[in-house]
Ligand binder design. Structure first.
Ligand code: NIG
Ligand code: FE
Length: 405
C-alpha cells in the first residue's frame, strides 16, 4: 500500500448521513494521493492502516468540511454592466433592458471584443476569489460568445482555468442564452445553429453539459426541446435556466430529458416539482440573482423540501444579475431570503452542488471521495451561513494537496 496522510485533531462535518451535519466531534481523515481512504472518529482509526501513515497533520481542533462546489456560474465574459444596474435602480426592469438590446447582448459585444488573454485574466481573478473561500469545483457556462468561434473560445478559456488553477472546472454549453445580433428576428435559425455547433464543440472536448435560457426574453419550450434533443443525440446531459422570470413549464421539459438540474425556479409550479423529483433533477437556487434583481417571488422551497427534491446553492456569477463572487454570502442569503436551514445551505454548496454537475465523487467526507476539503477558523458549521463579509477559510486541500491561491 502506498503512503497515507493522516489529518488528525479535527471536527468533521462529513455530510454523509442524515444525522445533523454527519458530525464527528473528534475526527480524523486518512488520504492517499487524491482520495480519502477513511474518515471518522479518531478513536476508530483502523489499526491495519496505521503502519502506512507517512505524514501527519495536526489540525488543532479546526472544523473540516468537504470542498465547496459552485455549480452554476458564468465566469468567462468581457466588460461589466454597472450602468445597467443604475438604470434598474432608476426603475427600468431587467426584461426592458434586455428587450432594448442591452443585458446579455451587451456582454456578448464586450466578450467578442476581448482578447483570449483578457478573458483568461479576468476569469482567473474571479476564480481566485471563489477559491479563497474554499471552492474546489466550479461549473462555468458559455453563453456570451453566441457564435461558433466565440462559444468555443469562452469554453476553451474555462477549460484552461481548470488546467492552470488548483480546482476542478466543469463546462456547460449555453449557446441558447440569447439571440445574437446577426440572427435578429431569426430565432429558429439561431437555434438550428446552436445545435449544429454542438458536435464540433464536443469533439474538441469542450462540453460537459448543455444548458438553455427558457424564458419569455429567452427561448420557448419548443426551441429548448430542440437543443435538448441535440444534446441527447450526443449523449450529453442537460440543465436549464428555468422559471426565473415566468412559468414556462421548463422544469417539466428538462425533467423529461433527465436533466441534472433546473436552476433559478422562482416561478416553478407543482407539476414541475413532481417531474423533477421523478427524474432525480436537482433544484439549483440562486439567491444572488434573486437579491440583485430585487425579485419578490420566492422559489417554492417548502414544496421542494416536502417532495424531497435535492436543493443546491450557487453564485450564478455573471455581470447582469449576480456580480458577486462569494459562495459563503450565498449560503447566508439562502437562509435569510429563502429560509433554508444552515445545514441545507451547506449541503447545497457541497454534495447537492456536485450532484447538479453529475459528480458523485465529491461533496462529502467519506472513503472513496476525492480529497477536496476545507479547514475553517470556526467552531461549528452553522457559522458558515452566519458570518458574511468575512472569510474564515484557513486552508484548502485539493486532490490531497494543500493549495495556495
Ligand atoms: O443566470 N438568466 C439568464 N442568465 C443569467 C443572466 C445573464 C446576464 O444578464 O448576463 C442568469 O441570471
Ligand atoms: Fe445563470
Amino acid at each position: 500500500m502506498s503512503a497515507l496522510t493522516l489529518w488528525r485533531n479535527a471536527k468533521l462535518a462529513t455530510l454523509t448521513s442524515n444525522t445533523p451535519w454527519g458530525w464527528v466531534a473528534n475526527g480524523a481523515l486518512l488520504t492517499q494521493g487524491a482520495r480519502i481512504v477513511w474518515a471518522g472518529d479518531a478513536a476508530a482509526l483502523p489499526t491495519a492502516q496505521t503502519p502506512h501513515i507517512q505524514n501527519e497533520v495536526d489540525l488543532g481542533g479546526a472544523l473540516l468540511t468537504p470542498g465547496l462546489v459552485d455549480c452554476h456560474t458564468h465566469l468567462v465574459y468581457g466588460g461589466q454592466r454597472a450602468a445597467e444596474f443604475e438604470l434598474r435602480l432608476q426603475g427600468a426592469s431587467y426584461e426592458e433592458i434586455a428587450r432594448a438590446g442591452g443585458g446579455i447582448r451587451s456582454t456578448v459585444a464586450a466578450t467578442r471584443a476581448a482578447s483570449d488573454a483578457d478573458l483568461l485574466a479576468s476569469a482567473t481573478r474571479r476564480a481566485q476569489s471563489l477559491m479563497a473561500e474554499g471552492v474546489t469545483t466550479v461549473e462555468i457556462k458559455s453563453g456570451y460568445g453566441l457564435s461558433e468561434a466565440d462559444e468555443a473560445r469562452c469554453l476553451r478559456v474555462a477549460r484552461t482555468l481548470g488546467e492552470t488553477l488548483p480546482f476542478t472546472v466543469r463546462t456547460t454549453y449555453l449557446g441558447a442564452h440569447a439571440v445574437p445580433p446577426e440572427f435578429a428576428g431569426r430565432t429558429d435559425d439561431y437555434i438550428d445553429a446552436v445545435c449544429a455547433w454542438l458536435p464540433a464543440l464536443q469533439r474538441q472536448g469542450l462540453v460537459d453539459a448543455v444548458d438553455a435560457f427558457c424564458e419569455n426574453i429567452g427561448f420557448t419550450p419548443a426551441q429548448t426541446r430542440f437543443v435538448f434533443e441535440a444534446a441527447r443525440a450526443l449523449g450529453l446531459p442537460v440543465k436549464l435556466h428555468a422559471e426565473q422570470l415566468s412559468d414556462q413549464g421548463g422544469a417539466a421539459l428538462a425533467a423529461e430529458f433527465g436533466a441534472l438540474s433546473c436552476d433559478h425556479l422562482e416561478h416553478l409550479n407543482e407539476k414541475g416539482i413532481r417531474a423533477m423529483k421523478a427524474a432525480g433533477t436537482v433544484a439549483v437556487l440562486l439567491p444572488g440573482a434573486y437579491y440583485f434583481l430585487r425579485d419578490t417571488k420566492l422559489p417554492p422551497i417548502d414544496a421542494l423540501r416536502a417532495h424531497g427534491v435535492p436543493m443546491a446553492i450557487a453564485t450564478d456569477h455573471n455581470p447582469g444579475t449576480s456580480p458577486g463572487l462569494s459562495l459563503l454570502l450565498m449560503l447566508n442569503m439562502a437562509c435569510t431570503l429563502f429560509r433554508l436551514t444552515p445545514e441545507e445551505a451547506l449541503r447545497g454548496a457541497t454534495v447537492n452542488g456536485a450532484r447538479a454537475l453529475g459528480l458523485h465523487d465529491r461533496g462529502t467526507l467519506a472513503a472513496g471521495q476525492r480529497a477536496d476539503f476545507c479547514v475553517w477558523d470556526l467552531d461549528h458549521p452553522h457559522e458558515l451561513a452566519y458570518w458574511f463579509g468575512h472569510n474564515p477559510c484557513r486552508r484548502t486541500i485539493v486532490g490531497g494537496l494543500e493549495r495556495t491561491v
